[in-house]
Design a protein. Sequence first.
Length: 481
Amino acid sequence: MSPRALAVELGEFVAGLRFEDLPPAVVDKAKAVVNHAVTVGMTGFGEPRTQAARRAVLGQERLGPARVGTGQGATLWVDGARATRAGAAFANGVAIAVNNQCDSYHMLTHPGVLLVPAGLATAEGEGRSGRELLTALAAGYEVQCRCARDFIPSTPARGFRASPVYGILGCAATTAKLLGLDAARTTSAIALAASFAGSLIEGQRTGARDADFAEAQAARSGMWAAALAAEGFEGAATALEGDGGFYNAFTGSHRGDLTYSFTGPLKADLGEIVAGLGRRWEFLDVKFKVYPTPGFNQPVIWLARELTARHGLKAEEITHVSLEMNHLETLYPSPRFPRPPAPDGSGFGRTAYMLAYTVVTGDYPVLERNVENPGDAGATAAADVAARVAALQRRVEILGVVSRGCFAPRMTFALRDGRRVSGEYDGRELMWDFARDAAELRRFVPGLPIAPARYDELVTAVAGLDTAPSVDALLRLTLPA
């Protein structure tokens, strides 16, 4: 345990961080998360739940005529309407979340759904530069990832969704940095956010879609935590590790006792949350999702795609597929509250279906609706393709393995000719830099509400954020010409 309060150490780190302190890889990653969130958010703009979120915000929090720039409120991407900063972050956050193609830290936390829309809204309203935005995002991501790392699996075991619970802390840190708060007030922003945290897993356990707005609502609360701290409201310095604090509430222990862990012992050192701040960057372990399905399916699709191409696999020649995954990925959202299987035996995420579809067709389309619940239809396919997918799906066996890391599947195909084809990931394959993620995001261009040439300009603007005097040019490029 750190001898000083965790919120104090985190607050000092955030307030003191300068752009010049960021390693090149961290700057590159900050640009990547912006590019990813904005691209995915624009792609999700037309989704019914995104439109509903936008209507709700504009019905309650619209602010005057549409414009981009400094002043009261912020811009809704694509729409161009002006709303409160928290309202803009909510509407834009739902657009990022709705199709499950956001970024992911380990499993169950998705910082970009909160931090990027909150950061852009605050940077726009405050007139901050691109460098200031990138610094604030690096700070917020680092706070969220460090606070979440060892504790993620224990939080849903308490009935809470990990992503909004930890995301609110990072969101408060990012917002506080962009508001220019000093260390004491940044500490209070993080502490107040810890007090405001929440979000239940019952919706995911039963099939409701409330997860689509859970992070976005937490972003609102994180922004408010920073705004209140700016006005002098104080939070408890020991809000995180105190006897009645955040970790006790959301993991069941303020001493690091864990209910579950991905692979290691059921004990965490809370002092590790702040160890090496500014020297070791947990932010770099953020992964990117491009397929419309939960995070644990992403490496399954990538690995199935690679093995199918490398070995020329044909579905009809496969007698059995063994898929080994981290045990927590097979008992979503928590072993304590698992999602009941559908009548066909499929569980949350329909992993066997995603694997089978990828083998049959060679890939999975990114511009499809989210496949999450057992009843979700999946990709549009001709009758013969659908039949081949269904047949192969029945030959897929999924094994939960305690010793495997998250996002690190192992896949073995048994073939009719007696051969066995295997491959595995180590969990780091999807931790892309800006260039790799930008290249993968080109697949989204046909589904964007802006012209391809305008999207190219947007990507260029994100790449040049470290020299941009404001975020206004980037935001204008989210609007149709």
